[in-house]
Design a protein around this ligand. Structure first.
Ligand SMILES: [Zn+2]
Length: 236
């Protein structure tokens, strides 16, 4: 257990878990994030957002009478096929991700009250939608929420670089002049799907990290966590 209300399932012993907890499960990726950010960026951000949201929910944001809140160990692999052109990327693909999440939710449902997948990687979304639909049809109380913020850029740009400067500055390499493809994601999507990220942005960056700072990263992370708390607290 971590202190101050944020509950780490991996560090808990079974009697600590409590009755029918709300379980937050971070879902990330292991994929290139430009020449300046670590491959674990999405996983670390999802984990940090889930930890902060759990702390806030444990502190009383959740309606009275709700059970304990725990954060499950993060899933570090996702569907990252579009980043396959870069060394370091490990993608398990949509089909395997679907199977992993279905079995994870079924297993959690044996003791959890409610399961919320806290997602840090946009490429996982299609599968998360499918899994949540299927699991609800089986009668499980499950939802997914993303870690985005309004106006955030797509990939390894200002948003993620700032958050990582706050969370893990030792893992952020110099990024002066690491500007990538800055057209909006919607405009890039057909090209990304057809040719992969490397053909669109040789550095792997979709956005521009110029001006990124730890202080902005702290604010962005707080906004991400607050948004997750709002969506969970307000019911799915
Ligand atoms: Zn990312």
């Amino acid at each position: 257990m971590t202190g101050a209300g944020g509950r780490d399932l991996g560090g808990a012993a079974w009697p600590d878990v409590g009755a029918a907890p709300l379980v937050l499960l971070p879902t990330g990726s292991t994929e290139q994030h430009g020449p300046h950010l670590p491959l674990s960026t999405d996983t670390l951000i999802a984990q940090a957002v889930a930890d902060r949201a759990a702390k806030a929910l444990s502190a009383g944001a959740l309606s009275a009478g709700a059970g304990p809140v725990v954060v499950a160990p993060a899933l570090p692999y996702g569907a990252s096929g579009e980043h396959a052109g870069f060394p370091g990327t490990i993608s398990i693909g949509h089909e395997a991700l679907h199977a992993v999440l279905v079995e994870t939710v079924r297993s959690l449902a044996l003791w959890a009250g409610r399961v919320v997948l806290v997602n840090g990687h946009g490429g996982n979304v299609r599968t998360l939608d499918a899994v949540v639909g299927r699991m609800r049809a089986e009668g499980h109380d499950v939802a997914w929420v993303g870690c985005g913020v309004p106006g955030g850029d797509a990939h390894a740009g200002f948003t993620e670089t700032s958050v990582m400067l706050h969370l893990a500055p030792d893992l952020v390499r110099p990024h002066d002049g690491v500007t990538g493809e800055t057209r909006p994601l919607a405009a890039l999507m057909p090209d990304l799907v057809a040719r992969g990220v490397r053909a669109v942005s040789p550095s792997g960056v979709l956005g521009d990290p110029a001006g990124a700072s730890a202080e902005r990263g702290r604010e962005i992370l707080e906004a991400m966590a607050a948004s997750v708390v709002r969506r969970i607290g307000g019911g799915s």
